[in-house]
Ligand binder design. Sequence first.
Ligand code: MOS
Length: 727
Amino acid sequence: MKFDRAAGQNPIDQLHVVGHPLDRIDGRFKTTGTAPYAYERHDVVPHQAYGYIIGSAVAKGRITRMDVARAKAAPGVLAIVTTLDMPALKNGPMNTAKLFGGPEITHYHQATAIVVAETFEQARAAAALIETEYDHDEGQFDLKQAQHAARPVQGANGSRADRVGDFERAFSASAMRLDETYTTPDQTHAMMEPHATLAAWEGEKLTLWTSNQMIAWTRRDIATALGLSKENVRVDSPYIGGGFGGKLFLRSDAVLAALGAKAAGRPVKVALTRPFIMNNTTHRSATIQHIRIGTDRDGRITAIAHESTSGNLPHGRPESAIDQTKLLYAGANRLTAMRLAVLDLPEGNAMRAPGEASGLMALEIAMDEMAERLRMDPVHFRILNDTQVDPEKPGRPFSQRHLVECLERGAEKFGWSHRKARPASVREGEWLIGMGVAAGFRNNLLTKSAARVRLDSQGIVTVETDMTDIGTGTYTILAQTAAEMMGVSIDQVRVVLGDSDFPVSAGSGGQWGANNSAAGVYAACVKLRESVAKKLGLPPAEAQFSGGNVHVGNRVFPLGQAAHEGELVAEDTIEYADVDKRYQQSTFASHFVEVGVNGFTGEVRIRRMLAVCSAGRILNPKTARNQVLGAMTMGSGAALMEELAVDTRRGFFVNHDLAGYEVPVHADIPHQDVIFLDEVDPLSSPMKAKGVGELGLCGVAAAIANAVYNATGVRIRDYPVTLDKHL
Ligand code: MOS
């Protein structure tokens, strides 16, 4: 089904089930430990063996020798596969670092071998007996040094920078100027469930029970890596203990479980250990961001420039930290540019809200600084510079944009009027108290998504799609969508997810999952409603679906009657036409934070947080709120503690566990509040919803940094805002 944005009302708008704060339908399975995660798929195939992966001890060079004799002879060992056993495997489009094969080493902890044994302990013990020798090359691991040799990456219009107007001239002519540099560190996803896969072969057919956000990408990429046809690969990932972008791609757990299973002639399961995940998989790359803003005397932005440099392997992309600056504020003269510094660190890739999460950490401090120079309230400064059209393409409006409402509602709810503009002017005992604000922005991506729905004679509706639930609430919102469309209660709906045998969905990434996958279920249900009406001999346009029945006038049929002669099945894909480009689709938020900073130790304590989100229709306020609370928590980590420490001599992340890589715990987060603006975006999809899971993160860290400044008067431009930086 092509989405027709002029279609107006549809059955979702009834909101009998959609839009209600229902509990997760999978909640009981998760809280009772009966939801099977990848490493727990004990029942799907017998004789499972255990794999243990080891990685390179050097960051750059090549392996000259691997001696596996002692490991092979160790108790319980069934097979060993080393990277010298095969040429480099082909990468699909999503992996920019080498996954396995051949002697070349391009980053620390690149997988070099898998040992398969009867038990996990035997596999691990044998792996320690493998002797590896390297030719070791010098590498570049220091972004600060490498930035000088960074190369420009083409902007959207194909040039080395995207320009509108004449930035330099407008900037030097502006009444007020800001010219500052901000840095963000490397970060890791730190999801609860590690990457894990159980692999089994039946002849040429491979099945992967895994933990992955994007089933279709992974099926395609493992087929490419192993030279299989896609039809011979099945990927199944029904439950996922967090991903945050780290599980968007095929990783070594899946590749090596498959290779190990082939070599051992047995199903093999592998979980990456936490210390291995940090360097073997991907991370969010550090950035150095140069921002210049010029305004007139009244505080209107006349010139804005955002240039960001970040590191990656030669085939990788820089962090696109400039994205929001293209769209968030007005201003006639604009410049955005990105540079890639080639580093020999592990692969940088997507982590929750890639681009905007890092970009807003810098831009929204810069906006705070500029407001202060103008002696203007930072909420007012942002409202003054709102734009209702794409500032790079003024003929192109936003489908909807309520940033001003987010700021105004938030300011009122948070008690912003009590904030003292002069920093360090509020004290409570030894604590300095401050408030900060930031805007949030993240794009709303529209991407096709398919689903299948079945109706049985009991009136039970089953939804099947390869869509995933990474903790986001997918099971529940898809059940709500099908229930609304078919006029049944939510307990009449079953949802089965994450299996590549099912129609290909949008997958879970880029906060596009909820809106697009629900729209796919909507499309399939439209078809199912037509077949139900046809079966019952009713005119489809007049059939009403409610209360488990189909009505036309005063004739009533139980829904299941349409399936009495056999199950009804319908499948469809929601698709969006190119005319969508006439509108800019984005989501908006405001973040308000109050902190206390200890006047003696510099310790920062968050006291209150508020997010106000403008993200179209909220399909389930409970699961959506949960997404935003988690995102605000993640943003607190980004602001105050998260940082992968780079060993710039040997080229790896040193703090590669959850003891050294700190993330917030409950005691760090005392009070959070979330408000969703009551809105629908009919230009987005038949669901009239948008994404919200990444929006909740965007801007949080800057609001915290700005609150710390308001508390102390010390401006910290290098994240994380740790106590050593303001003493
Ligand atoms: Mo997201 S970083 O696309 O999971």
